[in-house]
Design a protein around this ligand. Sequence first.
Ligand SMILES: [Fe+2]
Length: 307
Amino acid sequence: MQHFAQISDPHLSSLEGVRARDLLSKRALGYLSWSRRRRFEHRPEVLAALRRDLDRFELDQLLVTGDLTHVGLPLEFRQALAWLQELGTPTEVAVIPGNHDASVPTPWQDTFALWRDYMASDGPTATPDSLTTLYPSLRVRGDIAFIGLSTACPKPPFMATGTVGPEQLARLPALLDSTAARGLFRVVYLHHSLLPGKDTWRKRLTDAAQVQQVLTRHGAELVLNGHGHRGHYDELATAQGMAPVIAVPSASALGLHGGNTAGYNCYSVERCDEGWELAIGMRNYRTGSDDFVAGESKRINLRREPR
Ligand SMILES: [Fe+2]
């Protein structure tokens, strides 16, 4: 049996000392949002409680599904790298970026290059110089194939949309087919939801229909996302059977503005006669006692044809 967890949208960085007038227009808007709201909503003490809680579990992999920063400044990438190093090694922790991390175009070496080992696939890879050369990523842990997609790319001010793009979409089918042929449980994880209506127009995945079409045709066993700061459970019918589509709340939120209080999910996967048994356990932050406790749990039998 394999165990893994998903945390998302920690928005862990601090913009203390940054001056709004030094920032480009979209970053200046993001700075104002941080200064007025986000720094009160996304709290380091919640992330400290999260770290304590994660220590309770033996995980084969920890997925971090984007928006580690607020406006994607190099200093935020450095803060996020230090936080990732506290969570675990690059072999233990897998990161995909979110829209906040790619707020505006930035020099690769000062930003995403710092997270490279945490975003990379298994084994030696060519030195990446863009998110589209890094993704889709593939990590295999026991019976599980973790397939990461990047939806992060700079968008105009006021837009929080994401796009997977044609390069990743072209490589995804072969990755899904080859991991299925190896009999692996395929976890596809991305920042934005691929389901229509989960995010507003301003926050949507622009090529959700194309991503969904690839997954419907080539199959997956589980699809995970963040971005909306709300947990939800849905199901996607694929040619090979049903795949749960699950979103988690922000890992650091106090829920001051109507969103969920911080939470994350733990998953266990075990092969069974019919296919796979998937167990989902939610962990929810309790403000009063400053800790995470068990929330709802669910067991799902995923029927798959034997190969
Ligand atoms: Fe996001």
